[in-house]
Design a protein around this ligand. Structure first.
Ligand SMILES: Nc1ncnc2c1ncn2[C@@H]1O[C@H](COP(=O)(O)OP(=O)(O)O)[C@@H](O)[C@H]1O
Ligand SMILES: [Mg+2]
Length: 138
């Protein structure tokens, strides 16, 4: 399982840019890790690496829950504020999964039964003040 270490926010963004090339153009990527681990930083890098938007235009979809980039090529979802699985229905996540797009999801592990079985997982762990360990599970 490929494991990487980063020593700063900027390094995590560039790791995301490199990882972007290894991800399928279509599919679901769960970004897991505790609050402040760096899931959103990694998403910035992935969106930028895919050429869908510059990293500094990618912000956390904490309140809107879904952000779209590159004219629908990439979606960034954050389910942290979602309280119940049935709210997901109104979000239209199922429909996103059917699109020809890469869907990045933070806090998707809160609703495991609603996540597609076929997915990539990227786990981020804080190992020091500014150090993170990133593990990719295809
Ligand atoms: N190596 C690192 N990688 C990513 N973020 C880091 C790193 N070191 C420090 N940070 C800080 O940790 C925080 C990560 O925030 P964010 O990506 O929003 O986390 P999450 O989405 O997992 O809650 C940011 O404040 C960032 O500056
Ligand atoms: Mg986040």
């Amino acid at each position: 399982m490929p494991t990487y270490r980063t020593a700063s926010e900027a390094e995590t963004i560039s790791l995301g840019e490199r990882l972007a090339r290894t991800l399928p153009a279509r599919g679901v990527v769960l970004l897991t890790g505790s609050l402040g681990a760096g899931k959103t930083m990694l998403a910035k890098g992935i969106v930028s690496g895919l050429g869908a938007a510059p990293a500094d235009e990618v912000s956390s979809p904490t309140f809107t829950l879904i952000h779209e980039y590159g004219g629908g090529r990439v979606y960034h979802v954050d389910l942290y504020r979602l309280e119940e699985a049935r709210e997901l229905a109104t979000l239209g996540l199922e429909e996103l999964f059917d699109r020809d797009a890469l869907v990045l999801i933070e806090w998707g592990e809160r609703f495991p039964q609603l996540m597609p079985a076929e997915r990539t997982e990227i786990r981020i762990r804080t190992v020091g003040d500014d150090e993170r360990e990133v593990e990719v599970t295809p």
